[in-house]
Design a binder for this molecule. Structure first.
Ligand code: SF4
Length: 693
């Protein structure tokens, strides 16, 4: 009998371990620390998504099927000619939190190290880049301080802008188990809409959209006046206290003013604030509702401020905890696969450039940061970017202002798309289509929300001529003349180099150090069990970071960052406020889950959820279909009257694409504006008008 294969689920940042038996049956992996055998409905349906219709099996160029050498030559020559004519800034890569760390590493190395541009960004920009920027600003490095063990340790769990019951179901199940084991554990959910998560909360704060910063600044002000402030911790381990105190002295942070601005009652605010002040073991989980905002970095920073002021970090059950959406957004962050990072948690400081140039043996390193996701669309629109390689993502649907994004992609002289499907809205615009190996066929590593690196292992051959992304990238790099730097023959070889770079001349400066794994043999890589970083000198990293009060800043101290709320750039006026989010059973633009009957059963068409009072005020009670529109676009949706949506708002799931419906592409209505610090778009609050159809 064939032994079971241990791999990980490809859907979300919880990073559950999955076991595949000899017959291909999928079960949860009892040995994986993230899920200990549990799986959610998407994970349990993984077996059913293995036979996708219309799988992309062979390379295509201008609609013609070609073999790999011809397709590689087309991409390499196309990129090289554009670089020769217009310079390295005229080309770009757009990746995905679906890519394995090894894919990400070679893509980042090729663009930043050898093409000489930093124009490589990813759909992770849309998901957690505000949390990344807030971590870097406060801790000196993008490092999540908590681990999943803290879910059981916490006595107060604050969940902000996160419907974890649907979007991180196994993590939520761990919380349910923690509360069952410790009935004293309390949950406070902060979310403008009622959700499966808020239904289970001890307190649901239904705040006005976009008032998170005010809410947490109000909490910080209350901390300053209370015994819960940890003066000794602040004096020894934190800077920026005077500046923050000055900002919080403003009258807008008085409880009555905060209540008015957030739409909460004073009693609700007092309950939340008092619970936080009274509970040293407080864990604050935050996700898209915080990050996808015009002040996303400041929102996350305000949460971190409250934890630093109380010294609640690095201790069991006490930390700010950013949840990631995608299975390998963290691995992408680790290799530096964002346009404003260089590599291995290093930015573009001259010392880092010098180090990485020597490590890679390159004299063509990118001079500085490149274009972030939305800046790439601007550059495509202007004609400044002429070649773009999209890997494992569907930006024609998932980017904000997506009708404009599609027009910009159409202008691209050479659009290359690596995917498993030729039918995504982005793949249909491509000149070159490259068939990618999918889950169950790919081999490499991923990192979950809790810094745990796990193996993704293949258990079946890729169909047709589908090949892993790392292989296609290395082939193109070699065809462009970079044979020596891209002579990798396996993901294990790439992983060893990635691990070695994390420790190269590190000297303890950076937390992200997995150089202990740089000497793994192929066999050891195959057998590698899940482990968390940092690994310096250890088999596996600590469950939580900063327990010694030492941070990754030059002076070793964490930084408080004061920020005041700004007016939204697009006031709603008389219009409804559109909020978008995810469904329990769907994933991204549905390119896998949309083909699984039982996952489509719960919600089979695009819907707009609106409070009945809003419908009746607008004379829409009898409407079956609604058109949502604004100056950017319009979309058609089935109307669902829903009391859990506050009056004046409309909620629309973000998943539908042209592959599955003629309506529902809700990102057509979303503004491309976002947080100026992180570059993350503000998906959550966009004014729309609604008419019956
Ligand atoms: Fe997969 Fe996330 Fe569900 Fe775990 S919680 S099985 S990682 S989708």
């Amino acid at each position: 009998m064939t032994a079971s294969i241990h791999t990980t689920c490809p859907y979300c940042g919880v990073g559950c371990g999955v076991k595949i038996d000899g017959q291909g049956a999928v079960t949860g992996d009892q040995l994986h620390p993230a899920n200990r055998g549990a799986l959610c409905v998407k994970g349990m349906a993984l077996g059913e998504s293995q036979t996708l219709p219309n799988r992309l099996l062979y390379p295509r160029v201008d609609g013609r099927q070609l073999d790999w050498p011809e397709a590689i030559a087309t991409v390499a020559t196309g990129f090289a000619e554009i670089i020769k004519r217009h310079g390295p800034q005229a080309v770009a890569f757009y990746g995905s939190g679906q890519m394995l760390t090894e894919d990400y590493y070679v893509a980042n190395k090729l663009m930043k190290g050898f093409i000489g541009s930093a124009n490589i960004d990813t759909n992770s920009r849309l998901c957690m880049s505000s949390a990344v920027a807030a971590h870097q600003r406060a801790f000196g490095e993008d490092a999540v301080p908590a681990g999943y063990e803290d879910l059981a340790e916490a006595e107060l769990v604050v969940m902000v802008g996160a419907n974890s019951a649907w979007t991180h179901p196994v993590l939520f199940r761990r919380l349910e188990q923690a509360r069952a084991a410790n009935p004293a554990q309390r949950w406070i959910v902060i979310d403008p809409r009622g959700t499966a998560t808020s239904q289970q909360a001890d307190l649901h704060l239904q705040i006005k959209p976009g008032s998170d910063l005010l809410l947490f600044n109000g909490l910080a002000r209350r901390i300053l006046d209370s015994a819960s402030m940890d003066r000794a911790f602040i004096e020894q381990h934190v800077t920026g206290f005077a500046e923050l105190s000055l900002t919080l002295g403003g009258s807008e942070y008085r409880t009555d003013k905060v209540a008015e601005a957030t739409g909460l009652t004073i009693a609700e605010l007092n309950r939340f604030y008092q619970a936080f002040l009274d509970t040293p073991k407080t864990l604050t989980l935050f996700c898209m509702g915080i990050n996808q905002s015009e002040q996303g970095t400041d929102n996350a920073g305000a949460i971190i401020n409250c934890h630093l002021l109380t010294g609640r970090i690095g201790k069991p059950g006490a930390a700010p905890f950013s949840l990631t959406g995608q299975p390998n957004a963290m691995g992408g962050r680790e290799v530096g696969g964002l346009a404003n990072q260089l590599a291995a948690h290093m930015d573009f400081a001259p010392g880092n450039r010098d180090k990485v140039a020597r490590f890679w043996g390159s004299d063509r390193l990118a001079p500085g940061p490149g274009l972030k996701a939305m800046e790439m669309i601007d550059a495509l629109e202007r004609g400044d970017i002429k070649a773009l390689w999209v890997m494992g993502s569907n930006p024609a649907v998932s980017l904000p202002d997506s009708a404009r994004a599609r027009r910009a992609l159409e202008k691209c002289e050479l659009l290359v798309v690596s995917d498993i499907s030729p039918n995504t809205d982005t793949a249909r615009l491509a000149r070159v289509l490259l068939p990618a190996a999918g889950w169950g066929e790919k081999d490499g590593t991923v990192t979950n929300s809790a810094r745990t690196i796990s193996r993704q292992r293949p258990f079946k051959p890729a169909p047709g001529a589908a090949r892993p992304d790392w292989w296609a990238i290395c082939q193109v790099a070699q065809a462009m003349g970079f044979e020596q730097a891209f002579g990798f023959d396996s993901p294990a070889a790439i992983f060893r180099e990635h691990a070695a770079l994390s420790g190269f001349e590190n000297g303890g400066e950076r937390l992200f150090d997995i150089s202990a794994l740089s000497g793994l043999s192929d066999e050891q890589y195959q057998q590698m069990t899940p482990r968390s970083w940092p690994l310096a000198g250890r088999e596996t990293g600590p469950a939580r970071l900063f327990g010694d009060g030492h941070f990754a800043t030059p002076d070793g101290k964490a930084r408080l960052h004061p920020a005041s709320p700004r007016e939204r750039s697009e006031p709603a006026g008389a219009r409804l406020l559109l909020n978008t989010g995810r469904l329990r059973d769907q994933w991204h633009t549905m390119s896998r889950t949309g083909h699984v009957a039982r996952l489509m059963a719960a919600t089979s068409e695009p819907q707009a959820q609106i409070n009945p009072s809003t419908l009746s005020r607008g004379g829409l009670d009898q409407a079956l279909l609604l058109q949502l529109h604004n100056e950017r676009g319009h979309t058609l949706l089935r109307v669902v009257a829903d009391e859990s949506i506050p009056p004046g708002q409309v909620f629309v799931p973000m998943h539908w694409s042209g592959e599955f419906s003629s309506g529902g592409r809700v990102n057509d209505l979303v503004s491309a504006r976002g947080c100026p610090t992180s570059g993350q778009p503000a998906f959550k609050q966009n004014p729309v008008q609604v008419v019956a159809v």
